[in-house]
Design a protein around this ligand. Structure first.
Ligand SMILES: O=C(O)CCC(=O)C(=O)O
Length: 276
């Protein structure tokens, strides 16, 4: 398939598959780096569950990962679909060790509360056969907007049972680029080996995310790698973006400027009352 066909496939199906996009060596080196960063900067994720562990925001702590996610072949793949100017809002490595449960059907917009589509680069860091837990996608489901989800424990589950879903066996280094609106799940790991995926979430520099704190990692400008951190939130100059997130921004402002200081004051008063 040529680049145009991959672009069409993405538009129609909501995903495109690139086998052998990274070499086994690159996948192994990246997994080593994720272990290193995870040990240095442990930050437990709210999504963790028994044998399922998420390691978030690795690129903030690793120059190797910054280069990995902004290298030329990645930018070439992304720019046909996202456009020439790109930033990375988030990344996560997902470890599913033996006995790891299903990660149920959801859209990533259900979790992050963003209203627009962004773009998920999913990388197999280990080989994935059915027994390790596969990635399942519902082709075309990115076209229906953000669907209702309900909460079960710390996970969200999309209502409705996808029909005609497809699963992907993968080898280390295979890549699937999919829409954040795509309905997807991963199946349980019933093998004796750990399964690792790495997901980077990209947006156009014109797109806005009111929920992520600075600095913001720019991946490409004018279709070329341009790794750098910015302090100013991408897309903030556009009044449409500001208007779209008016209520969540107000809520966040109240949380940061009123609720958190009040809670800190309450804790200080409690501590000094206990001491005195
Ligand atoms: O288990 C995985 O590989 C991916 C989990 C997932 O679906 C997600 O992070 O959105």
């Amino acid at each position: 398939m040529d680049d145009l066909q991959h672009k069409r496939e993405f538009e129609e199906q909501g995903f495109t598959v690139r086998r052998g996009f990274f070499s086994r060596e690159e996948a192994i080196r990246t997994l080593d780096e994720i272990h290193r960063v995870g040990l240095l900067t442990p930050s437990p994720s709210g999504l963790n569950k028994s044998q399922l562990t998420f390691y978030n925001n690795n690129f903030h702590h690793s120059q190797y990962i910054q280069s990995f996610i902004s290298q030329k072949k990645v930018v070439d793949l992304l720019r046909d679909i996202i456009g020439p100017d790109i930033w990375a809002r988030w990344d996560q490595a997902v470890a599913k060790t033996p006995g790891g449960e299903e990660f149920p059907w959801h859209q990533d917009n259900g979790y992050n509360q963003l209203r627009e589509e962004h773009f998920q680069l999913w990388v197999a860091l280990t080989d994935m056969k059915p027994e390790h837990g596969l990635l399942w996608l519902q082709p075309g489901s990115h076209k229906g907007g953000v669907l209702p989800h309900h909460r079960e424990g710390n996970h969200l589950i999309c209502l409705g049972k996808p029909e005609e879903a497809v699963s992907f066996e993968a080898q280390q280094g295979d890549v699937i680029l999919f829409s954040s609106m795509m309905l997807h799940r991963t199946s349980p790991n019933v093998s004796k080996e750990s399964r690792w995926a790495y997901v980077v979430e990209y947006m156009s520099l014109e797109q806005y995310d009111p929920f992520i704190d600075p600095p913001y990692f720019v991946v490409a400008r004018e279709g070329k790698p341009c790794p750098e951190f910015l302090h100013n939130r991408p897309g903030r100059a556009n009044p449409r973006n500001q208007a779209m997130y008016l209520i969540p921004r107000l809520r966040r402002g109240i949380q940061k400027r009123v609720r958190e200081p009040l809670e800190n004051l309450r804790l200080k008063i409690l501590q000094s009352a206990r001491r005195g």
